[in-house]
Design a protein around this ligand. Sequence first.
Ligand code: PGA
Length: 263
Amino acid sequence: MAMERTAIIAGNWKMNLGPKEASSFVLEILPSLGQITANDPHIMSVLCPPAISLAAVKDVLDSIPVRHVELGAQNMYFAEKGAFTGEIAPGMVKELCNFVILGHSERRTIFGETDELVNKKVLAAFKHALVPIVCVGENSEQYENGETQNIIKDQVSQSLANLTAEQAAQVVIAYEPIWAIGSGQASDAHAAGNVIHYIRHLYHEMYGQKAADAVHILYGGSVNAENIADFIAHPDIDGALVGGASIKHDFIELLRNASKFKA
Ligand code: PGA
């Protein structure tokens, strides 16, 4: 990881931990997370609980001030407000947090989100000063057919279209091969690094050198406390989006190892 980019370890809790469980879990792990981020100014953690638990987790974060442990939502809609039953508006998210995951593969495959919709959400995030963590990644069939670069090119160019170069620089991209998510079968760090290198190249074409140097690109898919060292030590990989391992106490060890082994 280039020294000028802070390493980001984001935890995607998915549909786990309601308000009560979420606040007791964060109370338990926060002092240790805070110690790691206090000792290392180049690492940041972003906790992304379910929307209904955001306020409970924010209360804990406000009561134990630690630097560089941030809060993020897992999704939102792009409209300002109105008749969208079950959805959450960007302004509502911004009341509680500064980050939002957009276009996760589970949103794309289970809930039918398209690159066009993800792009609307990304633009809405910037309108509300939210940092979007935008997920891209190929499925196993596309991987086996050697289509990874084409898929990534489409997703990056469409999901991240129409930004200013300044906005583009602030984006966090998570490269998550779908076959690696929740499978226990993480990508090889070298192969993931190559795809991430390609994403940075695409970004350079879209938004220029400054944005390409500044954009954070994470790896996601079966990251755990052991294999984080391989990913974070890779010069092209700026951190990880962690699912299953982010709702266990192992997340502390994972963050510690990320701090220890980052390039
Ligand atoms: P996983 O999930 O770490 O459980 O594979 C990653 C993700 O879906 O963001």
